[in-house]
Ligand binder design. Sequence first.
Ligand SMILES: [Fe+2]
Length: 422
Amino acid sequence: MTSYDYQEALKNAAKTMVRVKNPRRLLKMIVRFIVREVGLHHASILMFDQLKQRYIFVDSQGSHRIPISLVKLDHSNPLIHWFSNWEKKVKLTKDFLILEDLKAWIQDPALTGQHPTLKTKLLSLKEVMETLKATVCVPGFYKNELLGVLLLGGKLSGEPFLLEEINFFQTLANDASMTIKTAEFREDLIAKNVELEKQKQELEQRLQEIAELRKKEQETYYQIVMSLAHEVNAKDPYTAGHLQGVERLGLMTAQEMGYDMSGKRKDILVASLHLHDVGKIGIPDHILMKPGSLTDEEWKIMRQHPVKGAKILEPLTGFKEVANVVLHHHENYDGSGYPSGLKGEAIPLEARIVSVVDAFHAIVSKRCYSKGKPIEVAFEELERCAGTQFDPQVVGAFIRAYQRTLNGKYKKAKSASHKNVA
Ligand SMILES: [Fe+2]
């Protein structure tokens, strides 16, 4: 090969290396190329194997090729040691080893005389090269790491190697080392990405499981809260049978007021209408079920039910606003209610609606100690307390909606005993 040929070969090799993703395949290509184009008895490549922590032959080609499976070299091998530790040694060339140079160094007393152990090491090196039938050895480095060694047998022509040929092998070996390292980085990166993706999928699956578990817990808790509401309903003669009626009246009033009846807002209103008295589960039965008037002390306990109800609802995700309505459903429009003494618009709208329909239902419903009052009386009572206890707009909307929407039933109810009107 001429000098031009070597340069062309290097350019072609560089182009190939950029595309090669399999380092072992690349090395085999290099070995075949050298044997064929330079005309050698053999060419072989030793590569460091990370798993085995040894240098092993990945390929050997030519008529005098080495049985590659039989040779494995560790860091103590003279050849590997020489290239790995060259900077600590005498100032001999580090970039390649030529068997003929080696023999000359061994015979040079000026050189070996200055370094007592050098001759022994050079002799060991010579022995290794001869065993491996290597005329030239060229190391491939990535930074200071010895990745592999290119071993070349003699030329078929018997001619010595030219310096430009040695330079060509050096460039090839170092380019190949860079390519191999890049491929390793790429494989490492792909492996890490695969692992990351796997971890991400596992995390997503775990989060989904947690979300499903949380949803089930929420559903169970919601069922418990609804059971409590029904238990209160069953126990308390004041509220007995009135949840359905309260819901219907509440929705009717809200619609009359132009309340958003789609989606979440309606859900909040319906849940509030059903659950506003759930806190009564925490009120002793002798107070809750007392047929007569309550004492001041008993009222004090009874008035705790909005706070108790809000606390029961607190753990339910998505029931924050419902809990707030429950907390304030006994606030009065003029600020005289409980537990916070909120006034006017500061009271949640749903709580103002609950307040009106709850009161109306209580007035017209039959209780165990008194008959229900006529609807007209209930309307008068609501209107009398509009602006003080109740939001006047809610009262107005309630009466209008009641008279219009339930007109037929209202007429029937007027002639009936006014039991269970709503
Ligand atoms: Fe209440």
